[in-house]
Design a protein. Structure first.
Length: 227
């Protein structure tokens, strides 16, 4: 039987590319985000027998609980979770960015991930499964004036904390740390960025390791241009 992977932020960018790559690798998929139309189109593409779209706002814990209930109703189990939904910041740094943009990042990037973990862990533990969390290279380095960076450092800490908590349960935790990826995350596509498919291959690689192999971190960066 196919294993079940639940992806948040599945409507676009890295999440959508990972859904396609994981389907190719034999996973069945629970696809969550707010944009129902995009999720539905992705389910059509992958096949209704292999994927289900569940609209969900990750900032709302009850909504995440409903998402998990709907996933279990459809597939009966959750083997792996890709906690990937996230948003970027507004320009201006600590001196100029609108403070409400900071709250939105805390709500989606930090609380959204923590809620996904709380809502799914019981089931992932039952499956001795796998959790992949999208942090960022910005969760390792500090970007000037960046509250985004601060939220991703928090996500890195969540991944470390979860790995300790899961010790002895058979659950593996992988932190994904991409550099720049050309997705709708950016208003203007950056030059020399990775493609979402480049990150998706990494996630599927992590998920496809045998139970005895625990891939802690996956930092994926664009090769610097040849001078
Ligand atoms: O961005 P994008 P990426 N509730 O905008 C969803 C990190 N990252 O794929 O709700 C539920 O294409 C949104 O869905 P929708 C980044 O921090 C990126 O690049 O329909 N879902 C969409 O599916 C993030 O953690 C780069 O609008 C919510 C998805 O999130 C992850 O990669 C570099 C939501 C965003 O897709 C995926 O970002 C890096 C909510 N409240 C880390 N709010 C990069 N692109 O360069 C948003 O280091 N979503």
């Amino acid at each position: 039987d196919a294993k079940i992977l639940l992806i948040t932020g599945a409507s676009s960018g890295i999440g959508a590319a990972t859904a396609r790559a994981a389907a190719e690798a034999g996973w069945s998929l629970v696809l969550a985000a707010r944009s129902t139309d995009k999720l539905t189109a992705l389910v059509q593409e992958i096949g209704e027998d292999r994927a289900v779209a569940i609209p969900c706002d990750v900032t709302d814990y009850e909504d995440q609980r409903r998402m998990v209930d709907a996933a279990l109703q459809r597939f009966g189990r959750i083997d792996a979770v890709f906690a990937n939904a996230g948003i970027g910041g507004k320009p201006g740094g600590f001196s100029g960015a609108p403070p409400e943009s900071w709250r939105a990042m805390v709500d989606v990037n930090i609380l959204g991930v923590a809620y996904t973990l709380r809502a799914t862990l019981e089931h992932v533990k039952k499956a001795r499964g796998h959790v992949v969390i999208t942090s960022s290279i910005a969760g390792r380095r500090t970007l000037s004036g960046s509250m985004y960076s601060a939220t991703k450092w928090a996500v890195t800490a969540i991944g470390y904390g979860l790995r300790e908590e899961m010790r002895g349960t058979g659950v593996r935790v992988t932190l994904l740390e991409p550099g720049m990826v050309d997705t709708p995350f950016f208003d203007n596509a950056p030059t020399a960025a990775l493609r979402p498919e480049d990150i998706a291959r990494g996630v599927v690689y992590a998920l496809s390791q045998p139970p005895g192999v625990d891939l802690h971190e996956l930092a994926i960066l664009p090769t610097p241009p040849v001078e």
